[in-house]
Design a protein around this ligand. Sequence first.
Ligand code: ATP
Ligand code: MG
Length: 426
Amino acid sequence: MLLSKLLLPTLKDAPQEAEVISHKLMLRSGMIRKVASGIYTWLPLGLKVLKKVENIVREEMNASGAQEVFMPMVQPKELWEETSRWEKMGPELLRIKDRHERDFCLGPTHEEVITDIIRNNVKSYKELPLNIYQIQTKFRDEVRPRYGIMRGREFLMKDSYSFNIDEDSLQETYLNMRDTYKRVLERIGLEYKISAADSGAIGGDSSEEFHVLAENGEDTIAVSDSSEFAINTELLLKEGEDINSLEGKPSPDGNGTIQVKKGIEVGHIFKLGKLYAESMKANVLNAEGKASTLYMGCYGIGVSRLVAAAIEQNFDESGITWPHSIAPFDINIISIGFEKDQEISAASVKLYDELTNMGYDVLLDDRKGGYGAKMKDSELIGIPLNIVIGKKFLENKEIELKSRNGQSSSNPITDIKTILEFFKDK
Ligand code: ATP
Ligand code: MG
């Protein structure tokens, strides 16, 4: 991609409305722009990151054996009445009418739609277990949309729903999803905790949340300093504890001491049991030939929220320091004098083609302008690896290699192996 052709409206300063670092940097780096409260357009650079997160989620979901579908965003009132959630969801559910005055809502989640599909199309326990997922836009009319896409009203979620014949099978799918979410967060490269959680408006028997640890997290979680024990303090409050006296106490699992941390909830997995299947009469025939109510689980991961969470864990005073896995580009070729020096432009394009053909996602900064301004932009948008072709190239065919973490070296341009060797592990 030529930077001169890219819609990349970077800003020197963040607009006043942005409170947290991820929101500020997403606006400054030209990733998103606000359309209305909690509703954003993803510009090309932002969309590249979003798609990389989405791709990791999709690959891991497919590897887990789940199957992808695509459900509608607009859902009829009748389905939501079957579970009483038309009433229960309150004003968070955005209700709309069609031209015939029929009631619909914009889907905040899809338990009703998927359960309707399964009850109409799956007849026997032999067809189970099933784990069905989608990656789709959700709408929740949040009381307080804030922090940009971190708490939007419209956002992208991967939601999946499992259908199981009994509790044991549900437990197996649940643990499979738990491992899958771990793999997603590890592939992206984020520090996280899995905590026991309150099941909220989704309900069900029990649930766990995946929290990316960050100062700007909206959740407060109690974690052990020497084991995996973690619990959302929301749940403790519900159980009547006072959360301020937690800190420094022995962990309830007998390992280590409790520390109170801030976390961003990026994923939530639920054992629903028969909650939805019972009210929607979703049965299959069991091994004895009798109608048996399905067990369900549901598993959500905030694809768009993950982008903000990744920034909250990866930034410095110059901008974003993306984990390489989701950086918008792998390499930025910073070409100084591209527009006026044929030798420089030819060498830049040659290197661009070579690296692109090797499978790298490459940006070529072919704009007018000097080293300082271009490097500043590259650091702001967080490209992990930079190749500078400029004056030194004209003098003695040398290029500068510079990684986002500050390491640099000079190399003769012919040596692509040395370039890649330098870039390894950076
Ligand atoms: P929260 O407690 O943050 O409001 P939730 O518990 O209501 O979230 P779930 O129903 O568990 O959310 O949704 C699954 C995932 O979708 C969440 O873990 C989160 O990553 C993401 N998500 C939920 N609400 C939003 C939102 N308003 N903006 C962006 N992502 C969201
Ligand atoms: Mg949740």
